[in-house]
Design a protein around this ligand. Sequence first.
Ligand SMILES: NC(=O)c1ccc[n+]([C@@H]2O[C@H](COP(=O)([O-])OP(=O)(O)OC[C@H]3O[C@@H](n4cnc5c(N)ncnc54)[C@H](OP(=O)(O)O)[C@@H]3O)[C@@H](O)[C@H]2O)c1
Length: 300
Amino acid sequence: MSEQSVKVLVTGANGQLGYALQKAAPQILGAKKLHLLPVTRESFDLAQPASLVARLNELQPEAIINAAAYTAVDKAETDQQQAEVINATAVGVMAQWCAEQNIPLVQVSTDFVFDGKKSSPYLPEDSCNPLGVYAQTKYAGELLALENYPSTYVVRTGWVYCEHGSNFVKTILRLGAERERLGVVADQVGTPTYAIHLAQMIWQLLIQRPDQKIFHFSDAGAASWYDFAVAIFDAAKTKGLLEKIPQVNPITTSDYPTPAQRPAYSVLEKQRTYGLLTMSPCHWQHALSAMLDAYKRQQN
Ligand SMILES: NC(=O)c1ccc[n+]([C@@H]2O[C@H](COP(=O)([O-])OP(=O)(O)OC[C@H]3O[C@@H](n4cnc5c(N)ncnc54)[C@H](OP(=O)(O)O)[C@@H]3O)[C@@H](O)[C@H]2O)c1
């Protein structure tokens, strides 16, 4: 352990947020040089919680950002045990280890911990009522982390997308290139989050280390999946990523049934996050434009 550097373990390094955390990593953290330790499931498997303490003892991180998760929302409905182990049990083990070492832990969670019955943005202290297995396991992960280590930072976010990895933006672009028309759900409202902005928020959290423990973060504004899809096509056409915009029709959740139930409304209230971390909000359409620019650069 060097006096001059701080070793930060990032789990799920191949995921969207794992990639973004590496891309947005600062050089310096708390007056020390940042030593990033990105790990994937091959070397740090959350499905094997019993192996994690030995791995942590070997790696000796001085902070952990848990960007790994079982994120297949619909598959989790029939794979509950695996989702539970990865999203909750393993989180509890990491939290216990961080408590013993007294080092920061950032546990990333989801807007899906809410049931969507509100019609105004969810506050960090609003009561949770997760609807599906994925959401229930993520909520269980929050509770276990805070129980084992009350200093855990829980960061709830939603609708994450990035130039790296699989997400709604890339799926919609692919469908747009393949189809003349498509239907997109218009009765689920949330806020898209560019993973790079979420990563910047998490680094800011570790730099500032405020007292508050539960944070909400997404980009600013609100949209339905339908609004998001229309905006993706418009921006992609303008940027030369799509030749022709297909016909997009608004449909209802009941027109497009999925195994997991999702909240109808999951906009997060972020004023406190912006204030405490001295960050400025970025409207989701501007964030989308930035992601599509990065995606285009990657393609060239
Ligand atoms: N995506 C969203 O819309 C969204 C919304 C709200 C909250 N979140 C939360 O945000 C965080 C980051 O999500 P993301 O969008 O970056 O997800 P992602 O792109 O699906 O990445 C998840 C990462 O977790 C890794 N992982 C899965 N099982 C693992 C295991 N057993 N051991 C170690 N690593 C494992 C995956 O590894 P492989 O690459 O090997 O599969 C993947 O790299 C998660 O906590 C998620 O719950 C995401």
